[in-house]
Design a protein around this ligand. Structure first.
Ligand code: 6GU
Length: 261
């Protein structure tokens, strides 16, 4: 899954490398949300990546844009309906684990659904039994097989010093967190915090897609009242751009390994 210009990693450029590409602008897909991001053309891109058929989102929907969570995650159900079996979700995140440095990758081994704690969940409302059960388990949200592949690829690329496994949480945004909020997240075991992914993963697991997710650590969270650094969107974008080709390589190598599965 890609991301949009307003937030997160590169503007979907892995999609540009696909062979036999076919693009479907979001506004031409019935009932699809339309990205609120000015000047960015949201579209689904189908094609072949190193022999593997893939579907990429160029532009993604975030809760802070004003969509309900189910609508943010609705493209995942479209993926399921067209035959997708594996979801790769990426995001930009603030690093809470003090060992993480800017530019590191955190494979998501688990998440804390903070918005769920507040009574907000993409699966709320009548259950659509065509997709999955009313009460789906979430203890195996992130495929250990895919985590192993992510680790093997990191080893193969010689980047295992910057690749970690950790716990992600999503907050609604659009503001970054206060010091007190970050301290609380750290206390409950969160390693990286962002504004996406969790609701998409819940929706994907509900309909039994295998999930791999990783965060690019774009900034270190400031948990000290004496430190006057502030999280800002430009930094997030700059780190995303700087790491764009490395991340494309990382995702491509993971996708190649899915061919044999
Ligand atoms: Cl510090 N917080 C959140 N919620 N999202 C982020 C981030 C921080 N850095 C990048 N994305």
């Amino acid at each position: 899954m890609g991301s949009n210009e307003q937030n997160e990693l590169c503007p979907g450029s892995l999609a540009e490398y696909l062979e036999d590409k076919q693009c479907f602008p979001y506004e031409e897909i019935p009932h699809f949300p339309v990205s609120t991001v000015q000047g960015h053309k949201g579209q689904m891109v189908f094609g072949i990546l190193h022999g593997v058929p893939v579907m990429c989102m160029q532009g993604r929907f975030h809760y802070y844009e004003g969509y309900p969570l189910w609508k943010c995650a609705m493209p995942v159900r479209v993926m399921k309906l067209v035959g997708v079996t594996h979801l790769i979700a990426t995001n930009a995140a603030g690093g809470l684990n003090p060992r993480y440095k800017v530019g590191d990758i955190m494979m998501v081994k688990d998440h804390v659904n903070m918005m769920g704690f507040a009574g907000n969940n993409p699966l709320q409302g009548p259950n659509d039994d065509r997709f999955g059960p009313r009460f789906p388990p979430m203890n195996k949200a992130y495929s250990t097989t895919l985590l192993d592949i992510g680790q093997q690829v990191a080893d193969e690329m010689g980047i295992n010093d910057i690749v970690h496994k950790g716990v992600y949480t999503c907050l609604g945004g659009p503001n970054f967190e206060t010091v007190a909020e970050l301290k609380m997240l750290r206390m409950v075991g969160v390693d990286a915090v962002g504004m996406s992914t969790v609701h998409e993963v819940i929706t994907a697991r509900h309909c039994d897609l295998s999930v791999f997710a990783f965060s690019l650590i774009t900034n270190q969270c400031v948990i000290d009242y004496e430190n006057h650094d502030e999280a800002n969107h430009e930094e997030v974008m700059d780190v995303g751009k700087a790491k764009q080709s490395l991340l494309q390589d990382y995702v491509s190598r993971i996708v190649i390994r899915l061919k044999d599965m």
